[in-house]
Write a protein of this length. Structure first.
Length: 183
């Protein structure tokens, strides 16, 4: 096998994809990756391992600013708590009611997710109408022994979240498909 520039470039590209895939599998991630701006979306947070060999006993997910009407899915054997915050700018919902607060954080606790297993924690929420924006769902994973803080976000242009040891889960907002303007 002769190593030409083209073969070397292919090898490096495949190796890079393998490394990114390995990193993505070993973190807290949001399954969907993308959501349509201005629409309701399901957001599924996947916790892929414990803290070392210690099982996960609590998951705390911070809801980014602009994400509204958050409803967590019921998780059997986990307690679900919605921690609220006051909106800086209240709004009126479809029924004309003034909405003055929103979910700041979802906390799943009281369960036990063994290391070597993965768990999924889902919410449904209205995404901000800001195509192109990346939403960071900073997450803290508490275990029987230890804590992992999935809160690192890029601080400069072009920086990849996969450069971090504990990157924050995220999704990117996309444009509404053509013909979907009334959703």
């Amino acid at each position: 096998f002769r190593m030409t520039h083209r073969n070397l470039a292919r090898f490096v590209a495949v190796l890079g994809l393998f490394i990114v895939a390995q990193q993505a599998r070993s973190h807290a991630v949001i399954n969907e990756g993308e959501a349509v701006a201005g629409s309701f979306s399901f957001i599924t947070l996947r916790i892929t391992h414990g803290c070392g060999t210690s099982p996960t006993t609590q998951v705390r997910m911070k809801i980014p600013d602009g994400v509204l009407r958050v409803s967590p899915r019921y998780e059997e054997s986990w307690n679900v708590e919605k921690r609220m915050k006051t909106l800086s700018t209240p709004y009126k919902d479809e029924a004309g009611n003034l909405v003055t607060e929103t979910v700041d954080e979802i906390v799943w606790s009281g369960g036990s997710l063994p290391d070597g297993s993965y768990g999924e924690f889902q919410v449904r929420a209205l995404m901000p109408d800001e195509p192109g924006r990346t939403l960071w769902f900073k997450t803290i994973q508490n275990c029987e022994e230890g804590t992992i803080r999935w809160i690192e976000v890029p601080t400069r242009e072009g920086q990849s979240p996969y450069e971090f040891k504990e990157p924050s889960p995220f999704i990117r907002l996309t444009e509404k498909p053509h013909g979907d303007e009334h959703r």
